[in-house]
Design a protein around this ligand. Structure first.
Ligand code: HEM
Length: 156
């Protein structure tokens, strides 16, 4: 039981960190494209650090949340709401690792002058970062709602 609550607290902290780190990312992607030279590379490298932390925090959230689910009694205790939550956290992790992360990598490649990342590639990478964070934050909010769904159903 203690282990479950430790994992519950940890998954909330790591999920919150992912959410907060992502808030400015789409705006920063736009700013990267409006800059050039050293300023552009510096902002792209700084954003890369945020994306790296987001990779870590989303994977930790996946691990801690499934850990809490298992420690709390898994399928014997938790119903459909939590099965949906597992699906959504997997989707959110895939969004981070395969939409947001490669999107920012292309922006960084563009800003540091790599030949294979021209203006068009950078522009679509900016869109990927914006869509990835937008969809990700939406999934996150749905997940937060699901965490309280059973209590809400009980309250009404
Ligand atoms: C964005 C992602 C998530 C956020 C912000 C979040 C947030 C929360 C919060 C605030 C609670 C406390 C709820 C309460 O005490 O009524 C909680 C509990 C819990 N969460 Fe999450 N959660 C997330 C994802 C997940 C996922 C994907 C799972 C996996 C199934 C999960 C499993 C659990 C479990 C097992 C509990 C304890 C429920 C209980 O036994 O009372 N969470 N979560």
């Amino acid at each position: 039981m203690l282990l479950k609550w430790i994992l519950v607290i940890l998954h909330i902290i790591t999920a919150a960190a992912w959410f907060g780190l992502g808030l400015r990312l789409a705006g920063q992607a736009r700013t990267v494209l409006s800059l050039d030279g050293e300023a552009q590379a510096t902002l792209a490298e700084d954003g890369q650090q945020s994306v790296w932390l987001m990779n870590i925090f989303i994977v930790l959230t996946l691990v801690f949340s499934i850990g809490a689910f298992v420690a709390g009694g898994h399928f014997n205790v938790y119903g459909p709401v939590y099965h949906t939550s597992i699906t959504l956290i997997v989707l959110l992790t895939l969004d981070q690792l395969f939409v947001i992360r490669p999107g920012w990598s292309t922006l960084l490649a563009h800003a540091t002058g790599r030949a294979d990342a021209g203006a068009d590639a950078a522009d679509s990478a900016k869109t990927r970062v914006a869509i990835g964070t937008g969809v990700g934050h939406l999934l996150w909010l749905v997940l937060l709602g699901l965490m309280f769904a059973n209590r809400l159903v009980g309250a009404f």
